[in-house]
Design a protein around this ligand. Structure first.
Ligand code: ZN
Ligand code: ZN
Ligand code: FE
Length: 756
């Protein structure tokens, strides 16, 4: 201590960012001890506060170490130091936080099991050998078990489980990897696993003594069922998965019938990348995405036809690596497994025992592997694809939620309710916007119920009291009505769908709304300022106000039957091509010629529908964007990415300026496609169609003039479209990075506008 007294520096260090629930304090503790520093570290409402005293050299090295080597899951947003007078600290301590409100402290997303835990999991000498819920401060569940704030064991669904002595010792030892790991548990004290074979009965007879034996026996029961071609349910982090053997076509078909999902792709899980490589092409950036701690489903290009029945609609296979210890165990047993979220046609994800009962009642599953820890927050698997080497999210959920999106401007507290399909909502405050996981289609009452509950929970979890509630400008959306009913005392601010898309992409790229930006927004459906259904829009932000200008769009066309035309795209084909060859063609023609008012649209998504129907690729739509997926896949039947990029075939079309508005008319293209149908193969027509859209969008932008361009809307999930257009625009082009281009990204734009 004498040496300390001779010359010592004291520094207080404030760290903000993702610094709680990620093992930050134990790491700081270890660094402080190795550098022989005295003082303390504690969680505060803003993040972490460190107070250290020691030799100037040691203090300096310590600060550097935290900056350069923070814990694996931490993210430092800011680190501020100030010098204080030494206060006579004798040792280094982790002080328990007494602050009741962690207003700024972030709840972290669930994370894939870490290498350390996985080693213990596979080591028969460890007490957590094969313990399916093994975790530490570097990995495991977070968001999905959180019921309140601050993030502390009693505020998680681990509350009913009292730690055994050994777990408690780890939990209290600052030097341990499990120091304050809130879900810390083991076979002795943690949730109990069991297999159920008819409705959820937890307390059946137990022939087995220990929790481990019970679990292993349950696991083997399930494996046997899968081996026999049966469908089973497995409890995951954010909900149940349905698992089935992908090589058993009959089993997969049964799953399709049960889910009423005859053509939509299922996700596959494999133990390691080499297995995946046997079935799909996997570039280096795709591998990086697969092994990332978020563990999303990554869409890869199929290698051959062996697994065509898994994704009959397209040339992709959605693959993921195990995220949980239990999934690792399954991956050791089965080379590949279909792992699809347990829900029945459009309903919310299934996550509790009532849901399990439903799965048995509907004869979907033969058995389930489950445990008695509740899922507090449902969260689907995330999905992404890699386009031009960069990840593009399709669904931002497990692993990402509730990590906030950082925004440059300081936002007032705001709640943004999102769009109606592929809904997410968002809470904004300060420099952060928190996006919810996918709530799905809100026209379904069950999804709407879930949405209401989740909004209430987010308000509580993030302690944000919104002053403004943003809704879509559509007068008839379920969530708009919710805003008007429930939150009448706040300012309700409607934002037009496509402008929300545009601002979402602006914010996603850290651009400024007052910059001179041209937005090209292409999607399926959005309510426009003129009451028509928009969907291929050239927009500019309006400097002083938060309004926008529309500078160009696709020429309106009729949508015979409105909503029905979206489900039956031959109707659109009749409207665009004059006839569709469908048996109901003459009925639609009569409707088009009649005086019955027919909705008008400028939607590019609907053009994809019409073209796909004209080429006989689709009859009835099973899921959103199916036609576009089919058209894209058609191209890849004959052409490679390089050939697609090199091709400059296009169909004729016109762009005219009328009353300061550029109107894209694709009439000539439709005529030629009709002629081509008898002469040319479908992949070539599909390619030429894509190329025409790319050129036309680019030429329209050129005519309008641009400085920076943002691309948003569901159509930009089409790889050919996004890649082709961003190539033409080059460096001036900005695409989505942190949120999906589809309607799930809308709440970000809404929150930003409402919070300004
Ligand atoms: Zn771990
Ligand atoms: Zn224990
Ligand atoms: Fe949209």
């Amino acid at each position: 201590m004498d040496r300390l007294a001779l010359k010592q520096d004291r520094k207080q260090i404030k760290v903000t960012g993702l610094v709680q629930g990620v093992g930050f304090r134990p790491t700081v503790y270890r660094y402080a001890v190795t550098h022989r520093l005295a003082g303390f570290v504690k969680n505060t409402s803003q993040g972490v506060l460190i107070d250290v005293t020691g030799t100037p050299k040691a203090v300096k090295a310590f600060v550097k170490k935290i900056q350069k080597h923070p814990p694996a899951l931490a993210r430092i947003d800011s680190l501020a130091t100030r010098t204080l007078k030494p206060a006579g600290h004798k040792c280094f301590k982790i002080t328990r936080s007494r602050t009741a409100l962690h207003t700024e402290a972030l709840i972290t997303p669930d994370t894939a099991v870490c290498p350390d835990c996985l080693r213990e999991f596979n080591n028969p000498k460890e007490r957590r050998y094969q313990y399916p819920l093994i975790n530490c401060t570097n990995c495991g569940p977070r968001y999905t078990i959180t019921t309140g704030r601050p993030y502390d064991r009693p505020q998680t669904t681990m509350k009913p489980f009292v730690m055994c002595d050994e777990c408690a010792r780890e939990y209290l030892d600052p030097a341990d990897r499990r120091f304050h790991a809130e879900p810390n548990s083991c076979f002795v004290c943690g949730p109990v696993h069991d297999s159920v074979e008819s409705g959820p009965r937890f307390h059946k007879k137990h022939r087995h003594k220990t929790a481990r034996e019970r679990f292993i026996s349950a696991f083997h029961t399930l494996c046997k069922k899968i081996g026999r071609g049966q469908i089973v349910a497995v409890k995951g982090l954010g909900g149940y998965h349905l698992a089935v053997d992908p090589f058993n076509r009959k089993a997969v078909l049964r799953l399709r019938k049960k889910k009423r999902r005859m053509n939509r792709a299922f996700a596959l899980m494999a133990g390691d990348i080499n297995v995946i490589k046997n079935y799909a092409h996997c570039s280096r950036s795709e591998q990086r995405a697969l092994i990332s701690k978020e563990r999303p489903i990554v869409l890869l290009t199929k290698k051959d036809k062996r697994l065509d029945h898994i994704s009959p609609d397209n040339n992709k296979l959605g693959c993921m690596l195990p995220a949980t210890p239990l999934q690792h165990l399954f991956a050791n047993k089965f080379e590949l497994l279909v792992m699809t979220s347990a829900n029945l046609s459009g309903e919310p994800l299934m996550s509790d025992e009532r849901d399990l009962k439903k799965l048995f009642d509907h004869h979907v599953i033969a058995a389930a592997l489950t445990h008695n820890r509740k899922i507090a927050n449902k969260c689907d698997d995330s999905i992404l694809q890699v386009i031009d080497g960069k990840p593009a999210l399709i669904r931002r959920a497990r692993g990402y939620v509730p990590d906030p999106i950082s925004v440059k401007k300081k936002l007032k507290p705001v709640l943004a309710l999102g769009a109606n399909l592929k809904n997410t909502f968002a809470l904004g405050s300060g420099h952060k916007v928190f996006l919810s996981p996918h709530m799905g289609d809100l026209t379904d009452v069950r999804n709407m119920e879930h949405f209401k509950k989740q909004v209430a929970l987010f308000l509580q979890l993030f302690a944000i009291k919104p002053k403004t509630i943003v809704t879509d400008a559509h007068p008839d959306y379920e969530n708009t009505r919710f805003a008007e009913e429930r939150l009448y005392n706040k300012r309700v601010m409607p934002v037009y769908h496509h402008y929300a898309h545009m601002v979402s992409c602006i914010v996603d790229n850290g651009l400024d709304i007052s910059d001179d930006i041209l937005g090209i927004i292409c999607d399926g459906t959005g309510f426009g300022t003129d009451g028509h259904i928009w969907g291929c829009e050239f927009l500019k932000t309006h400097r002083s106000t938060h309004r926008f200008k529309r500078l160009g769009h696709l020429k309106y066309f009729k949508l015979p039957g409105g909503e029905q035309a979206i489900a039956e795209p031959y109707r659109i084909a009749t409207a665009l091509f004059g006839d569709s060859g469908h048996k109901n063609d003459s009925r639609i023609k009569k409707l088009l010629a009649s005086k019955i008012p027919i909705p008008q649209t400028s939607s590019l998504g609907r053009v994809f529908d019409g073209v796909a129907a004209c080429l006989k690729l689709i009859d009835k739509v099973e899921y959103e964007a199916q036609a576009a997926i089919l058209l894209e896949s058609e191209v890849y039947k004959k052409y490679t990415d390089d050939q697609i990029a090199g091709c400059d075939l296009t169909y004729p079309r016109t762009i005219t300026l009328k009353d300061k508005m550029y109107i894209i008319d694709l009439g000539l293209m439709f005529d030629e496609i009709k002629r081509d149908k008898n002469k040319t193969d479908t992949p070539t027509i599909a390619l030429k169609f894509h190329k025409t859209i790319i050129r036309t969008l680019f030429e329209t932008a050129q005519k309008i003039g641009f400085n920076k361009v943002v691309l948003s809307g569901g159509c930009f999930q089409n790889r050919i479209l996004l890649s082709g257009l961003s190539r033409l625009f080059g460096k001036k082009c900005h695409v989505h990075k942190q949120v999906p281009a589809n309607d799930a990204g809308i709440s970000l734009g809404q929150a930003y506008l409402g919070g300004l």
